[in-house]
Structures are given as structure tokens and as C-alpha cells.
Design a binder for this molecule. Structure first.
Ligand SMILES: [Zn+2]
Length: 269
């Protein structure tokens, strides 16, 4: 089985720690065939809501040039991007993307809520109660639909991300099962725009999104799908990828994608 981790972060990301070379070595140790580095691009300065004036794309290209020059392992390397939060300010994002190098693959992600929640990042909010969680989930879905309509990416990232922070990290028992209509609209929008989704294995903790939404995507005719661990450290590279492939098969998929120059390459599941 072809194994590819299509969501990883190196030290180029503000929340990453290892070099791309260390991440590539970890991919080899985990038995993977391919790794895509998807370091963050955000329209705001790290951990703030201050709009960026510029974005330093060279950090990614220099690090990637270094790893491709030194790497002689069995794992194929690709340069990707996790492009976050366009709805924060689409005009600003379009301007910052003007200097973007050529990427093989782009994840479009929502991490920040809307202005209604002061553009706070889901990772850092401390909800006082479950009611607040659900208000945030609804805001997240609205923001994700805006991201899907924008559509200038390969796949939409971690569609049920609020569950990682609210349940896995903060101990709530939030469910997104009641939002079938909203998820349906987002998935249809993605398909119309030629975009796909990812199975984010959340470093092996739980697939984001889970079976219910993967089956819905498949039933709507969605095909473009990648798998990624969201590893920010070498020890998490490849976690949950094999299980994610099994899950995709159970949900009716017979193939998944890797990307080169933003064109999908298909692999049998
Ligand atoms: Zn993300």
C-alpha cells in the first residue's frame, strides 16, 4: 500500500520544531513512501489578530532546497502549504499570495473564528461551557463555507477541527452530527470548485472529519482526498495514516491522492 503523509509541519511553521530533513527521516523510519511539508501561511502575525504586512516565503523555499539537496532516502518529498483563514481578509490574503512560490499542494484551513468571536484561534479559546462551544462550531462552519467558496487550494483541511480542541484537549463532549445541512453545503461547494478534503488523523488521535462526513462526501461524488497526520514533531509523522486508509475503504473510497504541481496523482487504497 502506498503511504503518504500530506499534512506535516517543520520548523518553518511558528508551532513546528524540526527541520524538513528530520521530518523526512522520520517519514522513512515510519515506512512512508512520500511526505509533503505543509507549513503555515496565515494572514495574521503568529498568535495575534494583527494583519501581516508581508509574508516571508523564502523561509519555506530555502528549507526545502536544503532538504532536497541533502536527501537521498527512499521517501518522495513534496512542498506544500497550509493556507489558513482567508475569510479574515481575502484581499490581504490575495495580496500576500502574490509572492508565493510554486507549491505541489495546498491545504485550505480555518483556524480562526469570525469577527463575532474577535477572530480568536480555536486552539487558544477557553470556552466556559458547552453552549459557547456550539456557538463557536456554528461560526466555524460559516467561516469554512466562505473558505470553500474562495476555493483556491487543493483540499479543505480538518473539517471538524473544533472537536480536537473542545473534546480531545478540553474534555467537552461536543458533536457536529447535528450540522448535516451545513456540512452538505460545504462539501458540495468544494466539489463544484474542484477542491477535495483531507482526512486529518490528528496525530493518530481521531480522524477529522470522521466516517459520517467521509461517507457523505463520497455519496455526493467527492473523490479528491488526501491523508495527513498534522505532525509538528518527527515522532508524529505517519501516525494514523494506515488506519485512515482503512477508514476510507470502509467509507466506500477506492483511491486517494497525492499531488504534484497542484495536480492530483491517484493511488489505490
Ligand atoms: Zn491546521
Amino acid at each position: 500500500m502506498y503511504l503518504a503523509d500530506y499534512h506535516t509541519h517543520s520548523r518553518v511553521s511558528p508551532d513546528g520544531h524540526a527541520s524538513m530533513l528530520e521530518m523526512a527521516s522520520a517519514a522513512a523510519a515510519a515506512g512512508l513512501n512520500e511526505i509533503c511539508f505543509t507549513d503555515h501561511f496565515e494572514p495574521t502575525e503568529p498568535r495575534t489578530t494583527i494583519p501581516r504586512k508581508a509574508f516571508d516565503w523564502s523561509a519555506q523555499t530555502v528549507e526545502y532546497a536544503d532538504v532536497t539537496a541533502r536527501w537521498n532516502g527512499p521517501v518522495k518529498l513534496r512542498l506544500g502549504l497550509e493556507l489558513g483563514d482567508t475569510p479574515f481578509d481575502a484581499a490581504l490574503v490575495e495580496r500576500l499570495l502574490g509572492g508565493m512560490p510554486e507549491f505541489d499542494f495546498i491545504i485550505g484551513s480555518v483556524h480562526m473564528l469570525s469577527q463575532k468571536f474577535d477572530h480568536q484561534d480555536l486552539a487558544w479559546i477557553q470556552e466556559p461551557d458547552e453552549e459557547t462551544c456550539y456557538a463557536e462550531v456554528e461560526d466555524y462552519l460559516e467561516t469554512m463555507l466562505k473558505m470553500a467558496r474562495w476555493g483556491k487550494f487543493s483540499v479543505l483541511g480538518h473539517m471538524t477541527l473544533p472537536l480536537r480542541y473542545m473534546n480531545d484537549k478540553r474534555g467537552f463532549r461536543v458533536s457536529m452530527d447535528g450540522y448535516g445541512a451545513e456540512m452538505d453545503t460545504i462539501l458540495r461547494t468544494l466539489i463544484e470548485n474542484g477542491c477535495g478534503i483531507e482526512v486529518n488523523t490528528s496525530r493518530g488521535v481521531q480522524p477529522l472529519p470522521g466516517a459520517r462526513w467521509l461517507k457523505l462526501y463520497h455519496s455526493l461524488g467527492g473523490e479528491i482526498i488526501t491523508l495527513g497526520s498534522d505532525a509538528h514533531r518527527p515522532e508524529d509523522v505517519g501516525k494514523g495514516i494506515r488506519e485512515g486508509q482503512t477508514l476510507l475503504r470502509e467509507c466506500g473510497f477506492s483511491r486517494f491522492c497525492t499531488f504534484e504541481k497542484q495536480k492530483p496523482i491517484w493511488h489505490t487504497l
